[in-house]
Write a protein that binds this ligand. Structure first.
Ligand SMILES: C[S@@+](CC[C@H](N)C(=O)[O-])C[C@H]1O[C@@H](n2cnc3c(N)ncnc32)[C@H](O)[C@@H]1O
Length: 294
């Protein structure tokens, strides 16, 4: 544990970013009017949000989430200053469109809601790869996410979205109020599409690191996330630590992952998982949380 004292020291006055998300008292309370993730996402962290929030650093500058997915922790924390990234192009275009043109996204989703059917869903699976307008692409992405099997995002070798339609009676395709709340939260967020390793670690920034689980579902974009990527991520977390940043990493509890983070604070919490290594299974599993601070 290299940063034990850090949290209780005053921050220097000359840091690059504006101080944000200072303490529990300043964090907005969860209410029914709070923004919730507008996407279902495999590996989404809603089931362990309380555990994650309890373990956030007391002080930090920018909130960085480099494996954004549905952004469950981000929407719960609502940091004033955020850097959000993911390798998934469609996901990032969608977040940008909700931030920049939420009314346009709502308008398009109104059309999709009215036309929802199996043929329309199949049309959407094609459209998402040919659409050049980002607002329309975002609406197709949200529509597919709400109507496909388990909200899964999976592409085949040719890069085509190939998840079948889910068997929902009346899926909620459009939640206008929540989309507008999400747009407000996202207003000042810096949103980028890239690999986690492309972000240069910064002093006093907080990194929530939530990669595809080791040894379970990792097919979000067709390239997977294997042992090599987990090793690279552990090196990246050590760079965050060396730069004077804070990281919290969640993952499956395997000896391999524990070995990679030897020397940091390692804990387990109980989490509900919707996709396991056998695919499509649900259940409670132990989730590993690793931090470089207390
Ligand atoms: C477990 S999910 C994140 C879930 C998210 N925390 C939530 O609450 O919904 C993992 C995410 O990592 C992304 N991802 C996979 N490989 C990546 C890489 N090399 N760099 C950045 N993101 C990656 C996937 O697209 C996926 O969205």
């Amino acid at each position: 544990m290299s940063r034990k004292q850090k949290l209780h020291e005053p921050l220097p006055l000359d840091f690059d970013d504006v101080l944000t998300a200072i303490s529990d008292e300043q964090r907005p309370a969860e209410t029914s009017f709070s923004a919730r993730p507008f996407l279902k996402w495999v590996g989404g962290k809603r089931s362990i949000l309380d555990e994650l929030i309890r373990r956030l650093p007391t002080t930090y500058t920018t909130y960085c989430e480099l494996f954004l997915g549905g952004g469950a922790l981000y929407f719960a924390v609502k940091p004033a200053l955020a850097y959000l990234s993911d390798v998934n192009f469609h996901l990032i275009v969608t977040f940008e469109a909700v931030r920049d043109d939420v009314e346009g996204v709502i308008r398009e989703l109104t059309i999709h809601s009215a036309h929802h059917s199996k043929p329309y869903f199949l049309e959407g699976r094609e459209k998402i790869f040919t659409e050049t307008d980002s607002t329309k692409l975002a609406a197709w992405f949200i529509y597919l996410n709400k109507t496909c099997y388990n909200g899964l995002y999976r592409v085949n070798k040719a890069g085509k979205f190939n998840v079948p339609m889910g068997s929902y009676k009346d899926p909620t395709i459009l939640d206008e109020d929540n989309l507008r709340l999400c747009a407000q939260v996202l207003k000042n967020a810096d949103i980028r599409q890239h690999d986690f390793a492309q972000k240069k670690p910064q002093k006093d920034a907080f990194y929530y690191v939530d990669p595809p689980y080791h040894k379970t579902y990792s097919g979000y974009d067709g390239t997977g996330f294997g042992d090599e990527q987990h090793k690279n991520l552990a090196l990246f977390c050590r760079k965050i630590d060396a730069a004077g940043g804070f990281f919290m990493m969640s993952n499956s509890d395997t000896p391999f992952i524990r070995g990679l983070y030897d020397g940091f604070a390692i804990e387990t919490v109980s989490a509900s998982r919707s996709v396991s290594c056998k695919g499509g299974q649900r259940g409670k599993e132990q989730e590993l949380l690793v931090r470089n601070y207390e």
